[in-house]
Structure formats: structure tokens, C-alpha cells
Design a protein around this ligand. Sequence first.
Ligand code: COI
Length: 355
Amino acid sequence: MDKQFKIDITKGSSSKLEKTNFDELAFGQVTSDHMFVADYIEGKWQNFRIEPYAPLQVNPANATLHYGQSVFEGLKAYRNEQGEILVFRGDANQKRLNESAKRMCIPEIPKEIFMEGMRCLLEVDREWVPKQAGCSLYLRPFIFAADDYLGIRPSKKYKFMILASPVGKYYAKPVAVKVETRFARAIEGGTGAAKAAGNYAGSLYPALKAQKDGYDQLLWTDGKTHQYIEESGTMNVMFVIDGVLITAPTTTGTILKGITRDSVLTLAHEMGMPVEERFLTVIELEEALNSGKLEEAFGTGTAATVAFIRLINIHGKDYELKEVAPTAFSVRILEALDNIKYGKVEDKYNWIKKY
Ligand code: COI
């Protein structure tokens, strides 16, 4: 890639801003007026552009449609009280996108294209960053195979795009989860650590089955023995047992290296909270529920930040968790993260980039 690259900007003739109700934002329903696009052709990222948001023309033989060679990211832009736009840990998302891309034989995106594409989109669609408390602009960078070819091989052409979507809360209330011991989200040697589209597709069927039984999401266990807790739904999962914060390590290749996960662990250390990065067994979890030692359980991810768990089903038995107290670790950590994201406190870890 050339050191200097130019982004062509084509602005739309109309805006959806007026029609968008920013006071009632659900997750992912509205997209902003523009999108960033780049093409990978003949071994080179090129044609950097901001375009009006519009459907793409897809050839029916497109490789992504058939073989799912596609990876994505999610990150958020927040508006502070001065009206500045703050993006939380975008460099970490850029790095992880490339780690996912590598696993899926997708060419990496140079940092400057990711960062400059995002900056440019935020400049053009600045008004789309919500002013409402608790809201943000969700950014969705993704790369997908663009070959029109029915044979199976790594595609030769790709598209990298960034979309933006103003969002409110992901979960309106605490969730009920069910320990899954038949299906697996990931296996060792698989693609679980990558933010690959297919991982999410494969999780839909078991999740839907759980939803039919009245649960919001699953607590995934390892694919081999189903004895160890791995993640929850599309999030990393954490437990507070007897004053200790426990979450699965990211060493097996089955756990997504969550950026919220990492942020929570960093702040937990700062708060003096004992942390154990280790696999919790289903048996341990059940014992902690029976003995009353399970104090808190919650998912962590970009979309929800912290998703409080109110009920866990283990082998057909429902266990209700204690109501989350205002002094609970998960409540304090959510507040601490929000304070950083909305620029209300000092950004000690250099997590924020201002636009
Ligand atoms: C996240 O919260 O990090 C996600 O990836 C959620 C997305 C699948 C909607």
C-alpha cells in the first residue's frame, strides 16, 4: 500500500437523520447516511471511498455467500459533554480484526486504512453520534470475500467496509441463560478466537432452541467435555464467586479475546479485585449456586458492555441469582467503563481517541 492514500468522499443528497428517533434507539436497526469502502484487488487494498449508505450488488456466485469467508469487528463512538467524539480502544479492534483475518485467509487491513476510514466516516456522519445519555454510535468494520467463483479456495478479491449505527441498550434487562452441553460454539483448533461470521451463524440454532425454552442466551461449554464454561451468547462471561472474579483464559483458541473483557480485567486489578483467569467447571458453578457463594454473573462485550445474568439453567434446573446490588462489582465496573468512554474521568490507559 502507498504511504499516502486518498479517500474519495461522495455525500448523499438526503439524510435519514430527521426521520431517526434518537430517543428510542434499539440495537442495530438504523444505519447512518454513509459507509466506508475499500477493495482488495490484485494483491492491493485500493479505491478508498466514503459513499452514501446503499445496498451492494452481489453476484450469486460470491464466495462469502457460499463459504463464509468473512470477519467483523464492533466498536463504539461516544459523545462527551463538550460535544467531542470519543472512540474506545479502536486500535485494539483493528489489531483483532487482522488476527481474525489471518485465521480466515483474508488479507490484513493496514492500520492507517482502518483508522483513516473510521475517522473519515465519523467526520462525515458526526451528527449520527447520539447526544442521549447511555447511547453511542456502533461502528461495524468488516471484510468479506468478493470473488465470484464457486470453487473453494481463499478469495482473491475482498471488500473492507465500515458501517455506523446509532444504538441504545443491547439488553433492556438482566438475562436468563442456559448451560449448553450438546452443541459447542468453538473447539480447540477451530475458529472460536476469530470474530468470524460463521461462528455466529453456528450459534443461532442452539440459541434459538434455548429461546424457545424461555432463556435469552446460552452459557457455552467446551466442545470436548462440556464440563468447562467458555462464553455466554456472543459475549465473554465472568463470575464473582466468594469475592473472586473468574473468567475463562484466552489460551485455548476457543475464547474471543474480548476488548471489554480485557478492559474489565484491567480495571478489576486497579480496584484490587482478586482475579482468576481459569476455566470454571459446570459442577463448580452449580456448587457455588447451591452454597450461595455465586455473587454475580455477567457477560462482557462491545454491544452490551456488561449484561447482568439473573438466572442460570444447569441440566434442566433453574437457579435464580441474587438481585444485583448498586455496590456489586459488575455495577461498579460498568460505571467505571462508562465514565472512561464518555470522557468523564481521566483516561489513564490511553483507551480513548478523540475526533
Ligand atoms: C459484541 O458485543 O462484542 C458483539 O459482537 C455483539 C454482536 C454480535 C451484535
